[in-house]
Design a protein around this ligand. Sequence first.
Ligand code: PLP
Ligand code: COI
Length: 337
Amino acid sequence: MENLDWKNLGFGYADTNCNVRCYYRDGKWGELEVSESNEITMHMAATCLHYGQEAFEGLKAYRGKDGKIRVFRIEENARRMQASARGILMPELPVEKFKEAVFKAIKLNQEYVPPFGSGATLYIRPLLIGVGPQIGVKPATEYLFVVFVMPVGPYFKEGFKPTDYVIYREYDRAAPLGTGTIKVGGNYAASLKAGVRAHNEGYSAVLYLDAREKKYLDECGPANFFGIKGNSYVTPKSESILPSITNKSLRQLAQDMGMTVEERRIPVEELADFSEAGACGTAAVISPVRSVYDADKDIRYTYGDEPGEVSQKLYNKLINIQCGCENDPYGWVSIVE
Ligand code: PLP
Ligand code: COI
């Protein structure tokens, strides 16, 4: 892949050598299969097409200075996919099978893992869908799990540069007792309208408020949110946000840096009290927030044109652990052999 322009990659789909698949039929998971096709054939009455029986994951593989390939907290992604499956009545894929499929997909595409220092990574997209037909609203009896990979650059094209976010009260991405805490396609469908409007108006993403009261911060379209207040790392507690593995890791790293971690409801007006703010996730890593514009109240909260000191420290620590440049005291990283 010597001719790939690693430094200028965006976050987009790219074909690689192959993907790994596994079918669930007759009440059990089959063997892993390798496919060179980027297409899936399925029944036109498949439940993923009609009733949203679809869940996905996102994780990354990192090339270290030592040339080795590492993945970050893969078991957390495997377990979150199980939680998503339980949430919309799909069969759970065993953690070991998830890991085996992800490792296989990476190994078979290892020349697509970007070189150390390029700023790019290999994004891994596991997908679980109901492929059996139903026309009554019922779960399918057949499912397909697929893992495909692609080299990517930063999710927000600015990378680790502060960008602008917006609050609109007229959209929700998930309901409090709905599917916001699991990673199912419907949440993203629900976020498209607000997300595209935000982009058209010059924002990186929407910062959602809680759907029940519109009083508290929830999360960004594709990432969790955090603010820095004095010596505290403050992040929303909510019944409708995805439990981000990046955020969970940052909470640990903030604590290790001697900070207080507050996971609680955050009234929207508290945006005025933060010295720094960020969006965090696998794709977003840490994307510093330059401003949040509350479009309904016409208030702009600003955090500066450069990443803040705490965000910078957290970012460095996280990416150094991910690529194997720093000690991994919690065993978050697995080497792909
Ligand atoms: N919130 C949403 C809605 C997401 O789609 C993601 C991405 O996976 C995240 C948060 C961040 O989660 P993680 O850090 O596990 O990637
Ligand atoms: C991720 O960070 O892995 C995501 O899934 C976010 C987005 C691409 C949907």
